[in-house]
Design a protein around this ligand. Sequence first.
Ligand SMILES: [Zn+2]
Length: 206
Amino acid sequence: MARNVDENLLRQQMCEIGRRMWQRGWIAANDGNISVRVDHRRVLVTPTGISKGFMEPRMLCLTDMHGKHIGDDSGGFTPTSELKMHLAIYAARPDVNAVVHTHAPHAVAFSIARMPLPKRIYPEVEVLLGDVPLTDYATSGTDEVPDSITPHLTEATRAILMANHGPVTFGATLESAYQRMEVLEAYCRIVTLARQIGEPVQVPET
Ligand SMILES: [Zn+2]
């Protein structure tokens, strides 16, 4: 899809989103990854082995849509090992321009308990997120990961929980992908709290 974007601005925005992810406690050590579609044939992705809370724009890696690193290698940064997961989302969803993956604790807890998000208990949030599929388990960094999420990439999907791993959210812009992560984690936290103090009550079906 045609995109008229400033690559340097995207790099700065990715560093800012990484900083927010770290500050919110969603990524420990070098967890998590972010990507943004630069144009129809290139994506910017976060490097492996670096804390996403302390990235500099030069650290981000440019790849083609098949995962080939096409950026300047002089910095020695290597694209995230979860790049295939990001590319699978772009391949299935031309409307998506940004993907965010974190280990936000409450969302990860749902993925570990293999517990789908409940329905009809917090309508305002459920409207924002839509259905959030829970995948089968896949080993990180392997082809199993894109294979596990691809069947769930329908037109309406905005967020996916990967079993025993964590959430991935996506959207037309980096900000929207990030905000969906924020909403998903807040929702998982609220459901956890509600279950600690009582049994959540469903609203009537509309
Ligand atoms: Zn991960």
